[in-house]
Ligand binder design. Structure first.
Ligand SMILES: NC(=O)c1ccc[n+]([C@@H]2O[C@H](COP(=O)([O-])OP(=O)(O)OC[C@H]3O[C@@H](n4cnc5c(N)ncnc54)[C@H](O)[C@@H]3O)[C@@H](O)[C@H]2O)c1
Ligand SMILES: O=C(O)C(=O)C[C@@H](O)[C@H](O)[C@H](O)COP(=O)(O)O
Ligand SMILES: [Zn+2]
Length: 365
């Protein structure tokens, strides 16, 4: 079992990473201030892990809310179900909300905790690879809006993150691959040597090898904890964690939430960010191709949707939260392992990137 820390002064918290942690109250009890606990989960995760976690927390007054499953339900209507559950069970300000599920559950449960009675404690218990390496850490919470991804929410940090790697044994392969998109992202933005490690271990990761996964989860969480500890509310550095997301969120919103998994859209968006970095002369075609091969080996689609025009992309990219003064800002690679957020690029290069033939690029790998 490993313990990492997100260092935010009096709001610092631990990230526990290990096997079968869901059974063990010692990872939860020190972070539950009162007696009431509300476990928020969904219809897929509940039959798998809700009774196990409830049993581990038998010393507390535990209630639960089971949400519908899917990105398409990351919205106000579903969020209301959490408030309905808390109020029906008469949960007071001393309650602790526990998010048991992937990033959709974690983002909604965290946002509900930020809002309920103006803020109650919450604990993240991520059960997908993507939520274990990314969404459970850093305090971004919220829901989608029909006009834009994650456009309503709050920065609200958990009291702890409890990562039980054995929960990945039940995760569908497509979802595991989606999480690998965010893992590979760390190598591209701030940990270049991680890319070589991933190239050597990607098959083991896809085979749900627990040793390889634990190592990748720890290295990913450590990278995110470093960035969040420096720039919690994304005034600068933290934006590098958004590599591929300006393009990727456009894909998710255009296609309809949940059609492309978040990680799949991020992978395609990362390919577009790689191509734009190459067109700017910052990385080579060989470096772009190396990253594309790794994403493909992870089981991810590396060709963006062919039914989206440059204007489709530009329409959604204009709504992105990194926009400043009406100018689109993108996370690009100055070199492999070194990302920057910038709005200072020739628009003809952006347009050429949006119009590029990614199918041909993929076929020449
Ligand atoms: N807040 C952040 O910093 C942050 C970071 C990255 C992504 N996100 C958000 O996270 C969401 C994507 O998260 P995700 O990829 O975890 O998707 P998800 O939450 O939809 O989970 C993927 C699927 O796996 C199921 N599942 C979860 N755990 C399982 C398990 N152990 N076994 C079997 N099935 C399981 C879920 O029910 C769901 O059907 C997006 O909404 C994205 O915007 C947020
Ligand atoms: O934590 C961050 O900061 C990230 O950018 C992590 C991303 O992987 C994640 O998808 C996040 O939700 C995107 O941030 P957003 O502000 O564009 O919604
Ligand atoms: Zn993401």
């Amino acid at each position: 079992m490993q313990t990492l820390h997100v260092n935010l002064g009096d709001r610092s918290y631990p990230i526990y990473i290990g096997d079968a942690l869901l059974d063990r109250a010692e990872f939860f009890a020190p972070h539950i201030a009162g007696r009431q606990v509300m476990i928020v989960t969904n219809e897929t995760v509940a039959p798998l892990y809700l009774s196990k976690l409830t049993a581990a927390l038998s010393a507390f007054d535990v209630a639960s809310v089971v949400l519908p499953d899917g990105e398409a339900f990351k919205n106000w209507e579903t969020l209301q179900l959490i408030f309905d559950g808390l109020l029906s069970a008469r949960h007071e300000r001393g309650t602790t909300v526990i998010a048991l599920g992937g990033g959709v559950v974690g983002d909604m449960a965290g946002f509900a905790a930020a809002c309920y009675q103006r803020g109650v404690d919450f604990i993240q218990v991520p059960t997908t690879l993507l939520s274990q390496v990314d969404s459970s850490v850093g305090g971004k919470t919220g829901i989608n809006h029909p006009l834009g991804k994650n456009m309503v929410g709050a920065f609200y940090q958990p009291k702890a993150v409890v990562i039980d790697t054995s929960s990945l044994l039940t995760l569908p392969p497509r979802e595991l691959s989606a999480g690998l998109a965010e893992v590979i992202k760390y190598g591209l933005i701030c940990d270049e040597p991680f890319l070589a490690w991933l190239e050597a271990h990607i098959d083991a990761l896809c085979a749900v090898d627990q040793v390889a996964l634990s190592a990748a989860i720890e290295r990913s969480c450590a990278a995110k904890a470093r960035v969040v500890g420096v720039d919690e509310r994304e005034s600068g550095l933290r934006a590098i964690l958004n590599l591929g997301h300006t393009f990727g969120h456009a894909i998710e919103t255009h296609q309809g939430y949940g059609v492309w998994l978040h990680g799949e859209a991020v992978a395609a968006g990362t390919v577009m960010a790689l191509e734009m970095s190459r067109r700017l002369g910052w990385i080579t075609a060989e470096e772009r191709d190396r990253a594309m091969r790794l994403l493909r080996r992870a089981g991810l689609r590396i060709v963006p949707p062919t039914d989206m025009t440059p204007d489709d992309f530009l329409r959604y990219m204009a709504v992105d939260k990194k926009v400043q003064g009406g100018r689109v800002r993108l996370v690009l690679l100055r070199q492999m392992g070194d990302a920057v957020v910038t709005g200072d690029f020739p628009h003809e290069i952006l347009n050429a990137t949006l119009a590029a033939d990614y199918q041909a690029l993929a076929e020449q790998l």
